[in-house]
Design a protein around this ligand. Sequence first.
Ligand code: ADP
Ligand code: MG
Length: 243
Amino acid sequence: MERVIDIQHLSKTFGNNQVLKDINFSVNKGEVVCVIGSSGSGKSTLLRCINLLEKPSGGAIIYNEENILKDEHDIYKYRTRLGMVFQQFNLFNNHDVLSNCTIGQRKVLGRSQQEAEKVAMKYLEVVGMAQYIHAKPKQLSGGQKQRVAIARALSMEPDVMLFDEPTSALDPEMVGEVLKVMKQLAQSGLTMMVVTHEMGFAKEVADRVVFMDKGVIAEEGNPEQIFNHPTQERTKQFLKRIL
Ligand code: ADP
Ligand code: MG
C-alpha cells in the first residue's frame, strides 16, 4: 500500500504542557482515517502539526520518502499538497464563492483565472454549490459555507484532505448535507483524515479509526474493532460516555 503521510514519534509541547506524545501512524493512499477522542486530547494539534500550522517539537513527518521537518525541506510546497477544512469554515468573507475557490489556485499554484474557474466549478459541482458562485459567504447557511470550504480545498487538488470537526459548528439540520458530501468524497477514493465526533460517520466511512487520549494514540483499528471490540479500558470508557 502506498503511504501518503507517515508520522513517526511526533511530539508537541506548549510551554510545560506536552500535548502530543510519541505519535506514530500513517495514512495510505485512498484511505479514510477518522480521529476520535475527548476534547483536549490533542486531535486538532495533531492535524495542525501535520500541515505545519504548528511546529512539531519532535519526531518526523515522512512525505514522499522525505522528512519534511528537516531544515532544508520545502515546507511551502508540502503545505500546498494538503487540503484543510476547519470547524469555522475560514472562508474569505469579502470574496464570493467562486473567488474563494480560485484565489489559492491562482496565487499558490499559478493557474490562470480561466483554468482556476474551470477547476473550481468542477468541485463546486461535486459539493452541490455550483449555483451559488456569486454569493458571498454571509448569504449562505453554515452547511453551504462548509461545502464551499470543502470545494476550495479540493480545488487545490491535494494529496490528502484534513478535516477538523467539519460539522461541529453547524446547526443539527445541516450536519447531514456536509457528511453526505464527505462520504461521497471518501467513496471516490480521496485520501482523508477526519477529526470527528460523528461516530455514525466514523463507523460507516472510516477504513481506520484512531482513538486519542491525553496526547497519545490509545488504540487504533478498523471501525468494527474500535466500536464493537475495543481492547483498551479508556476506549471503552470514552465510547460509553458518547454513545
Ligand atoms: P482537541 O482538538 O482534541 O480538543 P487540542 O489539540 O485543541 O485538543 O488541544 C490539546 C491541548 O493542547 C489542550 O490542553 C489545549 O489547551 C492545548 N493547546 C492547544 N493549542 C494550544 C496553543 N496554541 N497554546 C497552548 N496550548 C494549546
Ligand atoms: Mg479540536
